[in-house]
Design a protein around this ligand. Sequence first.
Ligand code: 1GP
Length: 250
Amino acid sequence: MKENSTVYKKFQDGEKKFVPLVDPDKFTSAGIKKVANFSEKAGVAFIFFGGSLVTKNKNLEFLKILKENCSVPIILFPGNQYQILEEADGILLLSLISGRNAEMLIGNHVIAAPVLKASGLDIIPTGYILIDGGKPTAVSYMSNSTPIPYDKDDIACCTALAGEMLGMRLIYLDCGSGAINPASTSMIQKIKKTIALPLIIGGGIRTVRQAEIIWNAGADVVVVGNAIEENPDLILKIAESRKKNGLPRG
Ligand code: 1GP
């Protein structure tokens, strides 16, 4: 991580955040432009960019469209090391700490390390915890890892705590893109009480109400991907609700 990382400072500023996630495989260039315009208007903290599997080779083109159409920092959320683009502002260096797949814990990082070092990206070490959100997702399949069962709050808490002790700077609790259920409020509350790191929640959040419930349970950052692909207006609606409700500081 950069010394005085502006990206990390923003994660730590105590404000509840909403972050749209752009999976470049699922957008057209017109859709990407819409996300950029709405994100700028909504004043979102970041845009996350990446996916479990990218087949269309549009990553750089779409990243440039985002950069040209908004001033929001773009943070890579990569499914693998082929998604590293130095044109972004930062990267969540994800270690899949809920899994027992050595490649996702350290192997891919070894391969990526020299590329990351040369990139100048702001690198944020992130403990990534996959939770069962009611159906198998691309991330569970592609990472060859078993999600933590939906109701096993204790396993999720100990995993987050171990991630914190290992030096991760963020914890990202994810049910995977398109999950039927987002992580439970009880799991979010307990993890929030267990660790001091900023807590990101994603996977299966589709409505303003769900985002509010998750913020109130203790999430610092709510991430929405699928639902904004279908309805980019939701970016404005979720951002408005965040401001209107004067959510408590995280
Ligand atoms: C997936 O957390 C993200 O990794 C977002 O999930 O696409 O279901 O919003 P959704």
